[in-house]
Every structure is written in C-alpha cells, then in structure tokens.
Design a protein around this ligand. Structure first.
Ligand SMILES: [Zn+2]
Length: 269
C-alpha cells in the first residue's frame, strides 16, 4: 500500500506552504504529535500558526513551539466558545501573556452562536476588547465566526481602522461577506470546507484575488476531502492548496508561494 503522504512528498518538493491556523497542541495529537508535525514539514508545510483557546491550553502551546521553534508560531487570546462567567479573568491572563511579546497575533477571537448563545453579551465584549488590544499592540487578529456574521461585522464596523488587520479564519460566508471582510483589511483563511461538495465557497472564490487568501487546516477539525470526517492534520494544507490550484487555474507552486507571502504580510514572520 502506498501512503497518501508519499504522493504529497513527491509533488511538493521545494514548495513552502503555510498553515495559518492549526491546533497542534490539541489532545487529539497526544499520541503522535511530533510525528504528525514532522510529516507536515516533510510535505512542505514548514510554517504552522497555533491559535490560543484559553489558559488551560497555554502550557501545551509553549511545549509545541519549544519543540519546533523554527516552524511553529503562537497566537494569544480567548476563544469565543470558552467565554463564560470567568471571562474577565481569562482576558486578564491573555493580556498579560500578550505583553511578553512572544505572540504573532491575537487569536483566536470572535463570536460563536452555533453551539450556545448563553454568553452572547460576554462574547461580544471579549471580542471587542481583544480587537482593541490588537490595534494597540499592532498585532493582527485571527477571527472565529460561526453563525455570527452579523454580530462580528457590527463590531468590526465600529472598530475598523488602518491598525486593524488579520485573518478571517475558516471563512464560510458569501461573496458579499468576503468582500466586506477584505474591506476591513482581513485575509480569508481557506481550509477543508473549500473541498467539501456542499461547502459553497468554491463557487465564488475565483472572484476573490489570491492576494486576499491564506491557507489553513484548523486541525484536528474539518479535514479536507478525501479525508473528510477523519482527524485533520497540518500536512493536509497541501490538499487545500490543490483545490485552490483548480479553482484559480494556477500551478500548485504559485498557490504555495502567494499564500505563504500573504501569511508573512499578516503575521510578520
Ligand atoms: Zn481554531
């Protein structure tokens, strides 16, 4: 049997891919984390950016970055699905970490009304606060938005400024939403959803110039076709890039080069 990565290693030789959003410290990688990261690097996915969830995940995030200092970069922030009664304490800890200057972005932050809207007001407050920090600290933001385009855009509209920039992670909106996000200096994080039959964004993506696109996996979630439903990992950034090569009618190496440059423009590394 030939393993899928064997194909990837051969065709991505000398290419550099950037996974702009990957939870390398997830418990789902506890059994094989180092091997999984090495596979990604071997496949050309040599740049990986890990979003923060809440203070319980900070230690594990640092461990991954220490093990792969040349390949792994960290963000800091409080994830919207982890905003609850104690969110002010969580925010205070995140702010303290941000002051250390060890992080390339404020993320992932945003609003998620898919699972639970109990803390909608707290989520809005936390998102706005963290957007303001990013502007103050001159860092990009990494936005998580699920069932909450209206709420997220309302805050971006109020907070927009030349200092506000970043990535709209796991973008799943309409063409109109995409243009709106770009208007706020945001790049669109495109991942496995673009490869899904019912994912919809592949229908209009070609109308958005590649200058506004970055790649991501959101591993261990949302594995691209043909791995849909299985555990996702950073190596599969290549599958997302291949889908974009088809959509944009461009060679894979050009997709890799442009999206990697876009990620450097945002994260500064
Ligand atoms: Zn995420």
């Amino acid at each position: 049997m030939i393993l899928p990565e064997t194909f990837i290693f051969a065709k991505t030789l000398f290419m550099i891919f950037t996974d702009t959003h990957t939870h390398l410290n997830s418990e789902q990688f506890d059994e094989d984390r180092a091997a999984m990261i090495k596979r990604a690097i071997k496949a050309g996915v040599t740049r990986m950016f890990v979003p923060s969830v809440d203070s319980e995940y900070t230690e594990s995030m640092f461990q991954v970055a220490e093990a792969f200092p040349e390949h792994v970069h960290l963000m800091m922030g409080v994830h919207p699905t982890h905003i609850k009664e104690n969110y002010k304490e969580e925010l205070a800890m995140a702010r303290e970490w941000l002051e250390t200057g060890k992080f390339v972005a404020v993320g992932e932050i945003g609003i998620d009304l898919y699972w639970d809207d109990t803390y909608i007001n707290e989520q809005k407050d936390a998102f706005r606060t963290q957007v303001q920090w990013a502007k103050e600290l001159k860092l990009p933001i990494n936005i998580h938005c699920r069932n909450a385009f209206k709420e997220v855009f309302a805050i971006l509209e109020e907070e927009q400024s030349p200092e506000l920039f970043g990535i709209f992670h796991c973008f799943t909106g309409t063409l109109q939403d995409a243009k709106k996000a770009i208007g706020y200096n945001l790049k669109l994080g495109i991942g496995g959803v673009a490869t899904f039959k019912n994912g919809k964004i592949d229908k209009f993506l070609a109308e958005i110039p590649l200058a506004h696109i970055v790649l991501e996996t959101d591993a261990p979630y949302l594995a691209p076709t043909p791995f849909r439903g299985k555990r996702n990992e950073s190596m599969y950034t290549v599958q997302v890039a291949e889908k974009l090569a088809t959509i944009y009618q461009k060679p894979l190496d050009e997709i890799a080069a442009i999206t990697t440059q876009n990620s450097k423009d945002i994260y500064g590394v």
